[in-house]
Design a protein around this ligand. Structure first.
Ligand code: HEC
Ligand code: HEC
Length: 392
């Protein structure tokens, strides 16, 4: 234990010896730097911030309109697939499949939508720099909902309820021009998705007890989860990438998951994502960003593909992770135990030439694997105060 930080050291010692000083609490103690690392994974929930690129962000009428659209299969070309067909609320807005299947099979695992407003780059490859562009994508993708701008706009114009909700949301009825109407539909969808957030978890209770110096509160966190947490911020160095309140740095890495999407086909990940975000007409540099200062577009202006981006994917958030199996961009790992085993047995050869310096096979014991899994499970809210709870 690091005694130089006397305040923190006392706090840390409190975790080992119970509040009465008599009952030792099972589980490891944390060094002062580890305590700082743990505190950095909160507080939760984070404060609300509206999205300057979307003029209806945070507007109640648009949130309600967006929720309605999210559940409407008519937005797909054959009228059979809604956003909610793949993004199911009880699974933290994923579908339980390795790779999503809309009108046809896709190459990627469905991403959850809880806390999505906090991302900077959207999709596993960051091919969009804002939530509304990312919401337009599945409407137009032939493998997902298979429509086009004209189909999306026509659905809204043709239905009295949707037309009225559009008018309430945007101040005028849908115009005859398809593109601005379809982009507005995507902005209402974004307004709704911004309200999706995960609730408080056992980890958050522990983290806040630690911050308050409340030993009794901290002692309620089960010992296996606490040992797993010690591995997460300690020898596992998981928090180099899975950091902050969302357990992600929002960046892209290669952790040795194969990127062959099928025979003779590769998923180039971030390398292709950078090309696409730069080329997109719906990026923050384009005509549909409602932030006239374009301050929101700085990252997009400067992003450039580098060789190392090939086969890199976005670091996923770990909040609610127990509910979003299977895992990884291609859904190739079925359980959290499989994920932890992957990090334990990592094939260094597989990490390509300019691969990650951070990752080493951890060679964990079975007991350590159990602990790390217990910790990851403690990042999910109980079903009762879970993902559909509103952040505002
Ligand atoms: C066929 C299944 C399917 C349908 C239908 C679908 N999605 Fe998705 N969604 C996915 C998959 C797969 C990904 C990951 C895509 C990628 O990385 O390229 C994803 C990713 C996303 C993301 C990015 C999340 C993040 O963390 O970056 C958002 C936002 C999203 N979808 C919203 C929607 C909306 C809104 C709709 C309806 C208009 C919708 N999706 C319809 C499968 C689907
Ligand atoms: C070098 C950065 C990095 C480090 C270090 C790291 N991860 Fe990851 N993690 C990622 C990336 C990137 C992915 C997604 C990879 C993909 O899909 O190809 C991921 C995926 C995951 C997933 C799957 C989540 C999902 O929704 O699919 C879990 C769980 C996970 N990591 C836990 C851990 C644990 C536990 C550790 C420490 C043993 C760790 N990670 C260390 C970058 C990292």
């Amino acid at each position: 234990m690091n005694r130089r930080y006397s305040g923190l050291a006392a706090l840390v010692a409190g975790l080992v010896v119970g509040a009465t000083g008599a009952e030792p609490v099972a589980g490891p103690s944390f060094t002062a730097p580890e305590v700082r690392a743990i505190l950095a994974h909160g507080p939760w929930p984070p404060p609300w911030q509206s999205d300057p690129s979307n003029r209806v962000s945070g507007q109640p009428a648009s949130i309600a309109f967006g929720e309605r659209l999210f559940n409407d299969p008519r937005l797909s070309r054959p009228g059979t697939i809604a956003c909610a067909s793949c993004h199911l609320p009880p699974r933290s807005f994923t579908d339980g499949l390795p790779r999503a299947h809309g009108l046809a099979a896709t190459d990627r695992n469905t991403l959850g939508l809880a806390n999505v407003r906090r991302q900077r780059w959207f999709g596993w490859d960051g091919a969009n720099d804002n939530l509304w562009a990312q919401s337009l994508r599945p409407l137009l993708d032939p493998r997902e909902m298979g429509g086009d701008l004209a189909h999306v706009a026509a659905v809204v114009r043709a239905d009295a309820d949707l037309r009225e909700r559009y008018r309430e949301s945007f101040g005028a009825p849908p115009s005859a021009a398809d593109e601005p109407v379809a982009v507005d539909v995507a902005k209402a969808l974004a307004a709704y998705q911004e309200t999706l957030a995960t609730g408080r978890t056992p980890f958050d209770e522990f983290r806040d007890a630690l911050a308050r110096g409340d030993d009794r509160g901290a002692a309620r966190y089960p010992a296996p989860a606490r040992r797993g947490l010690a591995l997460f911020v300690g020898k596992g160095r998981c928090n180099v990438c899975h950091l902050g309140p969302d357990f992600t740095n929002g960046e892209f890495h290669d952790i040795g998951i194969p990127f062959f999407a099928g025979p003779g086909r590769v998923d180039a990940g971030r390398h292709e994502g950078v090309r696409r975000v730069r080329a997109s007409r719906y990026n923050l540099l384009g005509p549909f960003n409602d932030d006239s200062t374009r301050q929101t577009a700085t990252a997009t202006r400067h992003v450039a593909a580098e060789h190392r981006n090939f086969g890199e994917f976005r670091v996923p958030s770990l909040r609610d992770v127990a509910r979003t199996a299977p895992y990884m961009h291609n859904g190739s790992l079925a359980t959290l135990r499989d994920v932890v085993r992957h990090y334990s047995e990592l094939d260094e050869e597989r990490l390509h030439a300019d691969g990650e310096q951070i990752l080493r096979p951890l060679r964990l014991t079975d007991a350590e694997i159990d602990d790390l899994v217990a910790f990851l499970e403690s990042l999910s809210a109980s079903q009762a105060n879970s993902s559909t709870s509103r952040s505002r």
